[in-house]
Design a protein around this ligand. Structure first.
Ligand code: ZN
Length: 384
């Protein structure tokens, strides 16, 4: 492997990517002229234009698109997938300098520097370096610069629905401190509503108090969480969790409330099936006479469950140890990522520069040296 990764190139690329605004509206009204990700997609198309690769835009919706860069391998056959996302969370709380990247103490600071443009830059650097070397990778490489990871995950889902070639393995760039995350939880979010009967609050016996029913239901959610945690233990990620995140109910101060709705965030552990877990939960929290209804899931993202014994994990650990210069162990994470969508059969892991604590925060930053290390690790992985 000949490699000529350069720090000034990394810093310039990352700065350019941060300066190109690709803010996901996250379900709020969007007034942009084209897909959120378009500025970065046009930039990457220009960057890869001198090389013998194919670049294809994949539309996920009128406001989101991804770019797929395909690099032929020395042999045909299943492809390696590198994926990082282009969209960022908004910067409403950091409007002054979020998109004017600064370089300070070896770090680039700006919205998306860590999540996820550090990984996007590192993958781009690794592949540009490979292409400049004139060598072909062992097997074909697909590089998906994905749209809409932060809200609907429509970028990865659209790509996988029409997969151009089977996958051998996949690496998803997200801030993990360049440690391979081989398992993470999945998440299901939806609303639970309880209907009661209104009455004058001086005669509560004439009504049915939906808030009181909801309190009992929340007790049942807690009991179900305890039962699930006893059944599903995972040393890397921790067990499942059920969190009520919003509540609204009642109409006026002097009426028995006839309705109450909570939003539920249900984190499933690796190995749990989301649909089945949801059905089981819904059966466990009801009782005769309760009028309960469930909205369709706003989000149902699978867990990632790669075996520690998979050869991809050994290769990733060896590459990380070589380029970080210290022992590295495979890790798990409580959050979820696009990696959970990879079909069983192709091992996947999450690995990228930066600290998840910096993601989505004011002053978000990433170390340029870490972006370089990630680029070297990706380069070694695709060289096979
Ligand atoms: Zn991310």
């Amino acid at each position: 492997m000949t490699s000529a990764l350069r720090e000034d190139e990394a810093a310039r690329l990352l700065g350019d990517l941060v300066a190109l605004r690709t803010v996901n509206p996250m379900g709020r009204p969007y007034h942009g002229g084209g897909p959120v990700e378009r500025p970065v997609i046009e930039y990457l198309e220009r960057l890869f234009a001198p090389f013998a690769v194919s670049c294809r835009r994949i539309s996920a919706s009128p406001i989101h698109e991804s770019l797929l860069v395909s690099i032929p391998g020395r042999t045909a056959g299943p492809a390696a997938l590198l994926e990082a996302h282009i969209d960022t969370v908004p910067a409403d709380d950091w409007s002054d300098t979020a998109f004017t990247p600064r370089r300070e103490g070896g770090r680039i600071i700006g919205r998306g520097a860590c999540d996820d443009k550090g990984s996007l830059a590192a993958m781009t650097l690794a592949l540009a370096d490979l292409l400049r070397s004139g060598q072909r990778p062992a097997s074909p490489v697909l590089f998906l610069a994905a749209g809409d990871e932060e809200y609907g995950q429509t970028g990865i889902k659209t790509f996988l629905a029409d997969l151009p070639t089977p996958l051998a393995w996949a690496v998803f760039g997200e801030p993990t401190g360049c440690i391979p995350v081989i398992q993470h939880k999945g998440v299901i979010r939806w609303d639970v509503s309880v209907a009661g009967r209104s009455a004058h609050s001086s005669r509560p016996e004439l009504g049915r108090n939906a808030i009181l029913d909801m309190m009992r239901l929340c007790d049942r959610l807690a009991a179900h969480e305890a039962a699930l945690r006893a059944r599903h233990t995972n040393p890397l990620t921790g067990g499942p969790s059920i969190t009520v995140t919003t509540i609204q109910g009642g109409r006026t101060r002097n009426m028995v409330p006839d309705q109450c709705t909570v939003a539920v965030d249900f984190r499933i552990a690796p190995g749990m099936d989301g649909r089945q877990a949801l059905e089981e939960l819904q059966a466990a929290i009801t009782w005769p006479g309760l009028s309960v209804s469930h909205s369709p899931p706003q989000c149902l993202a699978p867990a990632l469950n790669t075996s520690p014994d998979d050869p991809l994990v050994a290769r990733a650990l060896a590459a990380c140890e070589q380029h970080l210069g210290r022992p590295v162990a495979a890790a798990g994470a409580p959050y979820c990522s696009d990696a959970g969508w990879i079909p069983a059969g192709a091992p996947a892991l999450v690995l990228g520069p930066g600290d998840i604590a910096d993601a989505h925060a004011v002053g978000e930053s990433v170390a340029i040296a870490e972006v370089m290390q990630a680029a070297a690790i990706y380069r070694q992985l695709v060289d096979g």
